[in-house]
Design a protein. Structure first.
Length: 351
C-alpha cells in the first residue's frame, strides 16, 4: 500500500491526472512520508515555472451585505449579529491607490452577493480602476451573476473571477446551501466565466460538514477536468452565529496535503495560501507555500471594516495578513526562501 501511494504520486507528477479512486487512496493514505514526498514534488513543479517568487494580491472586501444564506458563512443573510457595511466607489479607489503605492499589481474585489452592485455601478468602478492603474489586473469575487453581467464586467476591465465551487458533489452542495442556491447554477457560472475569457478560479473548503474523502477526491477530479487558472482552498472554520457553529474545523495539514496534490494536477496555476489557512495555524501561510502554493492575498480593506468581514471566527486581518504590513510578509516569505514580487502575477506557461 505504502509503495503504491508513492507510485501514484510519481504518476500524478508526470501525467497530472489520476482516477477518482486513486485520488481517494492518496487522501485516505495520508501519512508523514507521503506528505513530505508530495510536497517535495509539488515544490519542484512550482519552482520549474515560478522559481522562488510569490505573487501577492491586494484583497479589498467591498462589502458584507449578502442575499444568500449559506449555512457555513458568517455574512449569511440570516446572521442578524453581523454589522453590515458597503464601501463606496471612492473608498474602493482609495484602497487601490494605497495598494498600488505598496506594490500591489492585482486587486481582488470581494464581497457578498449584494444587489446594490449592479452592472452599471461595477462597470463604472472597473473603468475608474483601470484608467488610474492600467498595469494592474482586477479580480472579481462577487458570486453568482448572469452570463450577460459577467460579459459586461469583462468588457469594463475585469481580468479574473474567483467563484469557489465549494464542493463538486451535488448532494453535499445541497447540505451546505439553502435550497435557492443550486449546484447547477454554480457550474453554469463557472462555465460562462471560462468561455468569456476570464482567468477563472474555483475552490472548496477542507473539512466542511458532511465532507468525506470521496467528495474531496471528486473536488480534485473536478479541478483536473475544469482546468481552472486558480484554485482557492482553505480549512472550514466554524463561525459562531451560523448553523454550523458547533461543527469541527478542517485541518491545516489536510489543506496543505491537498495543495501539493493540486499543484501536481495543474503545475502552472495560481494557488493561494489562504487567510483561512493562516487563521487555523500560526505558520499556515508558510506551510502553504512550502506545500506548493505560490500566491498570498493580504487584506487592503480599510482597517475600520476588516473585523466585519467575518466569514468565520478569529479571521486574521492584521500582521502579515494586512497589506500595510507587506514588509513583514516579505520577511516571512524570505525566511523560508521565497521572494514577494511586484507583478500582475499572471499564469505562466509550462516551459
Ligand atoms: N470557513 C472557511 N471558509 C469559509 N468561507 C465561507 N465561510 C467559511 C467558513 N466558515 C469561504 C467560502 C467562500 C469564501 C469567500 O470563503 O469557500 O467561497
Amino acid at each position: 500500500m505504502r509503495k503504491e501511494l508513492f507510485g501514484l504520486a510519481d504518476r500524478l507528477a508526470r501525467e497530472h491526472r489520476l482516477e477518482l479512486d486513486e485520488y481517494r487512496a492518496l487522501i485516505d493514505g495520508r501519512a508523514p512520508e507521503i506528505t513530505a514526498y508530495l510536497a517535495d514534488l509539488a515544490v519542484q513543479a512550482r519552482k520549474r515555472i515560478y522559481g522562488n517568487t510569490v505573487y501577492i494580491r491586494g484583497l479589498i472586501e467591498i462589502g458584507n451585505v449578502c442575499k444568500n444564506d449559506c449555512l457555513y458563512c458568517g455574512i449569511r443573510r440570516g446572521n442578524t449579529s453581523c454589522e453590515r457595511y458597503r464601501l463606496s466607489h471612492e473608498e474602493i479607489l482609495a484602497c487601490c491607490r494605497e495598494g498600488y503605492t505598496l506594490g500591489f499589481r492585482t486587486f481582488v474585489l470581494q464581497g457578498g452577493e449584494d444587489p446594490f452592485w449592479t452592472d452599471d455601478r461595477l462597470c463604472l468602478l472597473l473603468r475608474a480602476i483601470k484608467q488610474e492603474h492600467p498595469d494592474v489586473a482586477v479580480t472579481l469575487s462577487l458570486g453568482e451573476r448572469s452570463r450577460e453581467s459577467y460579459a459586461r464586467l469583462k468588457e469594463a476591465g475585469a481580468d479574473r473571477y474567483l467563484l469557489r465551487h465549494e464542493t463538486a458533489d451535488a448532494t453535499h452542495y445541497a447540505k451546505l446551501h439553502p435550497k435557492e442556491l443550486s449546484f447547477d447554477n454554480r457550474m453554469r457560472c463557472l462555465t460562462d466565466l471560462k468561455s468569456l475569457g476570464y482567468q477563472v478560479g474555483c475552490g472548496f473548503m477542507v473539512g466542511s460538514p458532511y465532507q468525506t474523502s470521496s467528495m474531496l477526491a471528486r473536488d480534485l477530479q473536478f479541478v483536473e477536468q475544469f482546468a481552472p487558472d486558480m484554485c482557492g482552498i482553505g480549512p472550514f472554520i466554524p463561525q459562531s452565529d451560523t448553523p454550523f457553529r458547533h461543527e469541527p474545523a478542517g485541518s491545516a495539514e489536510l489543506t496543505c496535503y491537498l495543495l501539493s496534490i493540486l499543484r501536481l494536477i495543474r503545475p502552472n496555476f495560481l494557488l493561494p495560501a489562504t487567510t483561512a489557512l493562516g487563521t487555523i495555524h500560526p505558520g499556515g501561510r508558510e506551510m502553504g507555500i512550502l506545500s506548493g502554493a505560490n500566491v498570498v492575498m493580504p487584506n487592503l480593506s480599510p482597517a475600520s471594516v476588516r473585523a466585519k468581514y467575518a466569514l468565520y471566527d478569529n479571521k486574521l486581518s492584521d500582521g502579515s495578513e494586512s497589506a500595510q504590513c507587506k514588509d513583514e510578509l516579505t520577511q516571512r516569505m524570505r525566511s523560508i526562501g521565497y521572494e514577494v514580487v511586484t507583478d500582475r502575477g499572471d499564469v505562466k506557461p509550462i516551459p
